[in-house]
Write a protein of this length. Structure first.
Length: 763
């Protein structure tokens, strides 16, 4: 029978049974296991491929590039490649153990991250460690911490920034102003500077603690932080020990400025955008508010000096500094989690002790440990079975593998076979990095994921325009004279459709992931069969590791791919509705794809309703019947709900259309089209039916659309008019002043904007 104690007990039993100690070790062991399996992922991160290619280039040329060597668009321009150390590391590792094994490095780093996080938590909360509930609570909060940062456990060099951040905070709390800092901090800073561009965070951390220690030493006349000052100066010097020398001192400012300029990556979305607010963001905000409230409460109960003694001024200031950093981009949320963890543990400990002092309450000594073990086991199983990723709508999967369904191996082989590797090829930014890795040195990219380190923002805007308007692609084609184009099927459908219907291009290869168009006289009247995904060799070491952590692991089986349905989806996306319908009605699709079969049939009839208006009503009825059958089989079928919404919208059934688009927004909150169409529907309800009760819905969707697609004149005009109808001139006026002279607006829309501005007293 478990021993019971009061929560208010000050000292745990020094003769703690060995099985209690073993249970504690087991609980912490599960945390490490969860950290490992969260790191063992199938390769899908496109950044890794250009980083591998760079590492291979450095090893082959025995030098670090200072100008671009990989693109034909900006070949020879200045390139400051800070991540060269990481790139060499993964290149050497992959040569020894295979590319699939790169995530083993992530696993080792994540284990180290957890190790130092535990040491930091215990150092920060030393006064509570004798409580019987301490270890169980720490384990539970560590598991929550891993869940919150899991989206950034992705095998990229930022892993070292996360690790070094925790180590810096731990060392600064442990040694404060001791001579150990003089050699430890500069040495780590030296490595950090040559591993990841966020190395400047290390200097910021030291500077915050240094300023805090000087303030405390002057105010309270205590020992001056001499060793810490020396460590700071030496760390600044160590930044200059890299291939780019003194230039690296100003690099962190340039990196930070890129956050404001780069609007092409959702991970760089800041707190003002819809994409930013995911599970980890909400979790961080809640914890931050609770911790700040607890600090304020503590300050009211004690003097400032007592607060500083309890938490450390450096830790408090870093909490606020990291809150600002986290708000700047979604990928930076992990930093607020790092510093929040010890504060959160302290908050929970204090709350438990407070409740224990107020209420007579007994708790089995192993209760929290048993709970933490059960939660940890559940978390572990959820990860290795992929339920964790499915619940988070993540495309990641457990298991060290390389799959041609996630990387354009087939396209690379096709280009090499047809001697196109050394030709100017248009590649979208997602497919280019793998092609660079696989086809180097002959292949040069048009654009890749090195982003603003090489390519200017104007070039990114040109690309973004080309993805959405084929005329803009033609302008690029006239400039660069492409011999072929490689397009990821799921991302750039407008461009893909333009290429398919361009008589100067021929669809020459496509598989479930990617398509290749060669610039030759078009033969698109011939239906090209879909290519099967290229088989990938099995890595023995990775296979052992996969089964070690999940004995029921199933390797990716490309033979289970339904090529008929994939081909039908491709032809549907490029507008060949007839071929798509023929394919899915050939009775060769798998039962699991019945919903997709109904959906493709519906698109055929929707197209017929557009091209043959004499039977429009009949065709739309047929389309709706198929769509409802698809939804019956899959009640999360975004495209089916969207198509129903479009049909209802076109038929004037605005209330029904609104319901369908709301379902789309619930299924995929980050779909710009869903919010735009929902806004269009509510706009019709407000204007046609004078139903002002729908005005808040209209504004809500337009606000989200404006976050996702800023500076779009049409969205801004609609939002400005909607605010005006709400009587919010202060919000309406800035938008309407900005767009009232936009040439794309009709004369009527301009008049509406001017009337709203006049009524609001604006010129």
């Amino acid at each position: 029978m478990a021993k019971n104690i009061h929560l208010t007990a000050e000292v745990s039993d020094t003769s703690e049974p060995k099985w209690h100690q073993k249970l504690t070790l087991f609980a912490y062991g599960i945390v490490y296991l969860v950290a490992i399996v969260l790191s063992l992922k199938t390769i899908k991160e496109p950044d890794l491929w250009w980083q591998l290619a760079t590492g291979d280039w450095i090893l082959a040329n025995k030098t670090i590039p200072t100008t671009d060597v990989f693109s034909y668009t900006y070949f020879g321009v200045k390139w400051i490649n800070i991540k060269w150390g990481f790139e060499v590391l993964i290149a050497l590792w992959s040569k020894a153990f295979g590319v699939e094994s790169i995530y083993i490095i992530q696993a080792l780093v994540t284990v180290a991250l957890v190790y130092f996080s535990i040491k930091l938590v215990k150092l920060f909360n030393a006064s509570f460690l004798n409580k019987p509930f301490a270890n169980g609570i720490i384990v539970l909060l560590l598991l929550a911490y891993l869940a919150a940062i899991s989206s950034r456990i992705i095998g990229r060099p930022e892993m070292f920034t996360h690790l070094f951040t925790v180590i810096f905070i731990y060392l600064l709390n442990k040694f404060k102003n001791k001579k150990q800092l003089v050699y430890l901090l500069p040495a780590i800073q030296l490595i950090w500077t040559n591993m990841h561009e966020a190395f400047g965070i290390g200097i910021v951390i030291i500077a915050i603690y240094l300023a805090s220690e000087w303030f405390v030493s002057i105010k309270y006349r205590i020992e001056k932080p001499i060793y810490l000052s020396i460590a700071f100066l030496l760390s600044m010097v160590s930044i200059c020990i890299n291939p780019y020398g003194l230039e690296m001192l100003g690099r962190p400012f340039e990196i930070f400025n890129q956050l404001n300029s780069n609007k092409f990556t959702t991970e760089l979305s800041n707190y003002t955008t819809h994409e930013y607010w995911q599970y980890s963001s909400y979790y961080s905000l809640i914890l931050l508010v609770l911790v700040i409230l607890s600090l304020i409460l503590t300050l009211f109960k004690t003097k400032l000096k007592a607060l500083i003694n309890q938490f450390g001024l450096g830790n408090i200031l870093l909490l606020f500094a990291f809150a600002i950093l986290a708000s700047s981009a979604f990928r930076n949320v992990v930093f607020i989690q790092v510093i929040l963890l010890p504060f959160t543990v302290h908050l929970v400990f204090s709350l438990i002790q407070f409740i224990g002092n107020k209420i007579s309450f007994k708790l089995p000594i192993v209760a929290t440990l048993a709970t933490s073990v059960l939660v940890g086991l559940f978390f572990y199983i959820a990860v290795v079975s992929n339920y964790f990723y499915k619940a988070n709508k993540s495309s990641n999967t457990y298991g060290l593998e390389f799959s041609a369904s996630q990387n354009p191996l087939g396209a690379a082989q096709f280009l090499e076979k047809n001697q196109l590797s050394n030709q100017p090829i248009f590649t979208d930014y997602l497919s280019s990095s793998y092609l660079l890795y696989k086809l180097t040195p002959a292949f040069k990219t048009f654009i890749d994921l090195r982003d603003f380190d090489v390519f200017p923002d104007s070039f990114f805007y040109q690309n973004a325009a080309a993805y959405n308007d084929y005329h803009d692609y033609m302008n690029l084609d006239n400039q660069y004279h492409f011999k072929a184009a490689v397009i990821v099927n799921s991302q750039f459908k407008k461009l893909q459709t333009g290429l398919y219907n361009d008589s100067n291009y021929t669809l020459s290869y496509f598989d479930p992931l990617v398509s290749v168009f060669i610039k030759t006289p078009s033969i698109n009247n011939e239906i090209l069969p879909i290519s099967k995904l290229a088989p990938t060799p099995s890595n023995g070491l990775c296979k052992v590791i996969n089964y070690l952590f999940n004995p029921f692991y199933k390797t990716i089986n490309e033979t289970e791919t339904d090529y008929t349905i994939e081909a039908a989806k491709f032809y549907l996306s490029v507008g060949n509705f007839k071929v798509a319908k023929q394919l899915i009605n050939s009775n060769s699709i798998l039962p699991k794809n019945e919903a997709t079969k109904y959906y493709i049939n519906s698109q055929y009839y929707i197209n017929k309703a557009i091209t043959d208006t004499s039977f429009k009503a009949i065709y739309n009825d047929s389309a709706q019947t198929f769509l409802k059958q698809a939804i019956k089989l899959n009640n999360q079928y975004f495209e089916a709900y969207f198509s129903l919404g479009v049909i209802d919208l076109n038929q004037g059934n605005f209330v029904n259309a609104a319901k369908q688009f709301e379902k789309c927004c619930n299924i995929d909150p980050n779909s710009l089209n869903a919010h735009l169409y929902a806004g269009e529907t509510y706009k019709a309800l407000v204007e046609n039916n004078q139903a002002l009760k729908y005005l808040p819905n209209l504004v809500a969707h337009l606000e989200i659309a404006n976050e996702m697609n800023p500076n779009n004149p049409n969205i801004e005009w609609n939002l400005g008019v909607a605010y005006y109808k709400q009587g919010k001139c202060n919000l309406s006026t800035p938008f309407l002043l900005k767009v009232k002279d936009y040439e794309g607006l009709t004369i009527e829309d301009r008049n509406i904007a001017n009337n709203c501005l006049s009524n609001c007293g604006a010129k």
